[in-house]
Design a protein around this ligand. Sequence first.
Ligand SMILES: Cc1cc2nc3c(=O)[nH]c(=O)nc-3n(C[C@H](O)[C@H](O)[C@H](O)COP(=O)(O)OP(=O)(O)OC[C@H]3O[C@@H](n4cnc5c(N)ncnc54)[C@H](O)[C@@H]3O)c2cc1C
Length: 297
Amino acid sequence: MNAIEMNSVRGQIRFNESMSKHTSWRVGGPAEQYFVPADLADLQNYLVSLPVDTPLTWVGLGSNMLVRDGGIRGAVIAPLGGLKKLEMLDDDLVYAQVGLSNSKVARFCQKQKLSGADYLAGIPGTIGGALTMNAGAFGYETWDLVEQVTMINRHGELIERKPDEFEVNYRHVRLAADEWFVAARLRLHARSEAEDNKIKQLLQKRNDSQPIGQPSCGSVFKNPPGKHSAKLIESAGLKGHCIGGACISEKHANFIISNADTRASDIEALIAFIQKTIKQQFDVSLETEVRIVGESA
Ligand SMILES: Cc1cc2nc3c(=O)[nH]c(=O)nc-3n(C[C@H](O)[C@H](O)[C@H](O)COP(=O)(O)OP(=O)(O)OC[C@H]3O[C@@H](n4cnc5c(N)ncnc54)[C@H](O)[C@@H]3O)c2cc1C
């Protein structure tokens, strides 16, 4: 990107930005370039200005990402706080850009007397992360709500897509190469009075079973078909097991907790150790839900 083009970008560009500030485990090396767009037009402008061979990584709230200690080459796009348009398009159709937090969208829907998005209130993250991961809880999943999404490609062009253009699975959505989410239209339904306290109840359920308040990325592993990863890890006697500064939670065995001294390599080593132990003891292969990115130190 040359200086003139960079001047026309209104958002924030930071160089050598530590990703430990942008991930819920609070680990990870620096991003060569970290960009927070001011709005969608600014993001388009930035992408047009960026050399076409710059590797791109997107981050929402970093609540499902392990960034290795060597950091991320190229540019990290961080729409949190920038792409934040949220509005009603119809009685029950909500337009939400990807830099909005899930909880903001859940509470907006509640205020509009709409039902269907309450489960999002307890999932830390952005709408972009929820779309990418097909985030879900308590039997609800993000793509149950999606009517249409707006994608952006690396030339800054916008493309409207329908759900049937994606392969949507449990905690995984296949995207076309070099396309990312910038907004979604979510179809909800009328809220009944019985649902008045639903967000509160769902948050309570979460607090009872998860180590909320300790740095984690939620469930590290997907549940294998017909099995629970947490139960397998607990049955293997691994609760509380640590490698370096990474420990398996005593409260929920599918959570790995970090502390101020933890390195991404500790977490990655613990993930590999859990996978090896569960394979040996139960002949089950655990697949990570968390996305591991970046370079080893
Ligand atoms: C305490 C705790 C509890 C959790 N509970 C749940 C739960 O109940 N259910 C659940 O599903 N998850 C849960 N999670 C995991 C996590 O919150 C979700 O996966 C969430 O959707 C991730 O959103 P994010 O914005 O943080 O995404 P990030 O972690 O920032 O990114 C996740 C992936 O999405 C990609 N990405 C982000 N934005 C975009 C975009 N706009 N376009 C394309 N790709 C993009 C990233 O590159 C990365 O590969 C929990 C996490 C924590 C810490």
